[in-house]
Design a protein around this ligand. Structure first.
Ligand SMILES: [Fe+2]
Length: 512
């Protein structure tokens, strides 16, 4: 008889030892990827976006140009893969490098910035060895060392979460890392309870306005998805390891008033053998198979309906809500396939640009009564999109606006082609767009509400961009409803930071 604790523990270890392909590794006499990137980077300014940081710790104080809104007080925290080279080994995928967490705070007309590498067990082990030795999402360094659990591989490099007065750096196949909210030093691996230590916790939890947190985590080696329900104080209210059949790698999900919705794309793990492409290399895309839509009752964590959509690849959803009568609506950046993950975001690491088709903005309806899932292109097909975000106060209920990066999908894809910030107002049908100068590469922008404005109106958009010409990262703030007017204020750091992934804005009132 296996106890519940033993069972969960097996899931925690399964997602490492059997998932990441640890049986062996290929020898690399000379790392052509390392040489390829560093040679190409001398010719192509945009490759600055994928350069490893030159140090562990960044700190700067710079003036803000323009008028930073007086009532916008808080801290923007960001995270992203950064340590793309370890010794002479260069990772094969943008998602692999150790996480660099950042803190941006504007006070009295000045931007105070801190950046610091997350000191994970993985990073410490490789620093002690003096080389890359642990398999990653899309890479398998030579002469790998043994691991026993997912957190042995955890680079803490995808997103940030502020919850129950803790700042957490998230990965998706293992535990969060707690980070000091002030100086960004690493406190350590965070467990929500002893029973759940090491379980996969995705980088896109959904937090309802009262602080209730929902999340999932895929434990590929076990064929299960772990579902999490935490209370506002970070206590585990409910947890379930749901058997899901063919394993995919969902990155984000939807929570509505009644349901948790998971889309399982036909990207199936079909191998346990080690490959030089890490975890990603164990997977096969099946364009002729449907995307499975699991509709899960929030209270019981049981699948109440399984529907189908055409094969598609979604990194990120906007938001979802239901009408209380069995109709669920949500929106997402829909890729036709995972080519961008397999090709574009891998080849940039060796200094090559391999275009892939952009994602488009889609709206979905799940009718549980009729057993039907439908999808509709919601914005012009010439608009490529990614990194959608909504206001945190609208999670699980009908949302007014979605902020996302966008670009002209009708022309040939090029590096930095998502250099527009867009604000799509679902209620009015208005699409506001600001386009950064051509030598900028935009990063995720967040919608921050103005407490004095009506819900769904006003507020600001805050985000960062890499100015490849000046070799500097900048922070900008926009009026959300006047995005096209350009930044209200902007501050430019005296250094360039690697292009990151996700962040969170913590209003000062809750940051202490
Ligand atoms: Fe993401």
């Amino acid at each position: 008889m296996i106890s519940r604790r033993d069972f969960l523990s097996r899931i925690a270890s399964a997602s490492a030892a059997t998932t990441f392909g640890l049986a062996g590794s290929e020898a690399f006499a000379a790392d052509a990827w390392h040489a390829g990137y560093h040679s190409a980077a001398k010719q192509n300014p945009w490759l600055l976006a994928y350069r490893s940081p030159e140090r562990e710790h960044f700190q700067a104080e710079v003036p803000v140009e323009g008028q930073w809104p007086k009532s916008l007080n808080g801290v923007l925290y960001r995270n992203g893969p950064a340590q793309h080279d370890v010794g002479d080994f260069r990772y094969r995928h943008w998602f692999d490098g150790d996480g660099l967490v950042q803190r941006f705070e504007v006070k009295d007309g000045r931007l105070f910035h801190v950046g610091r590498m997350v000191q994970t067990a993985k990073r410490t082990r490789e620093q002690n060895l003096g080389r890359a030795a642990l398999p990653a999402f899309g890479s398998t360094p030579p002469d790998g060392v043994g691991v026993t659990k997912a957190d042995d591989l955890n680079p803490a490099n995808i997103s940030m979460l502020w919850h129950h007065q803790r700042l957490l750096a998230l990965w998706e196949a293992g535990s969060p890392h707690e980070i000091s909210a002030e100086d960004l030093t690493t406190v350590g691996v965070h467990s929500f309870s002893s029973e759940t230590a090491g379980l996969p916790f995705s980088a896109h939890p959904r937090v309802e306005p009262d602080g209730t947190l929902w999340n999932f985590g895929y434990a590929s080696g076990s064929g299960r998805i772990v579902l999490w329900h935490l209370d506002p104080d970070g206590r585990v209210e409910k947890l379930k390891a749901l058997p899901v059949g063919p394993t995919s790698m969902p990155h984000d999900f939807i929570v509505t008033g009644r349901y948790v919705v998971l889309l399982l794309a036909p990207l199936h793990r079909e191998s346990d053998r080690s490959t030089d492409r890490g975890f990603l290399g164990l997977h096969q895309w099946h364009p002729d198979l449907p995307t499975r839509v699991l509709v899960i009752d929030k209270n019981r964590f049981e699948v109440v309906r399984e529907l189908e959509l055409p094969a598609q690849w979604i990194f990120h959803f906007g938001n979802g809500f239901d009408d209380g009568n069995g109709v669920i609506r949500f929106d997402a950046a829909r890729h036709a396939n995972p080519d961008v993950m397999f090709n574009t975001l891998s080849d940039v690491m060796r200094g090559r640009w391999t275009p892939s088709e952009h994602a488009r903005w889609y709206e979905y309806t799940l009718d549980l009564n009729k057993g039907r899932a439908t999808e509709t292109l919601a914005l012009d097909s010439s608009l490529g999109v990614e990194f959608p975000t909504v206001n945190g106060s609208e999670i699980g209920i009908p949302h007014q606006r979605v902020v996302m990066l966008s670009g002209d999908a009708s022309r040939e894809s090029r590096p930095g082609d998502l250099s527009q910030v867009s604000c799509w107002n679902r209620a009015t049908g208005k699409l506001g767009i600001y386009r950064y100068p051509d030598d900028h590469m935009a990063e995720e922008h967040l919608l921050v509400s103005d407490p004095s404005a009506e819900v769904g109106q006003g507020g600001w958009i805050v985000g960062t961009a890499l100015d490849c010409a000046r070799q500097a990262t900048c922070l900008s703030v926009f009026a959300a409803d006047r995005l096209a007017d350009g930044p209200l204020a902007q501050a430019t750091l005296p250094y360039a930071l690697p292009l990151g992934l996700h962040g969170t804005f913590v209003p000062k009132t809750t940051n202490g």
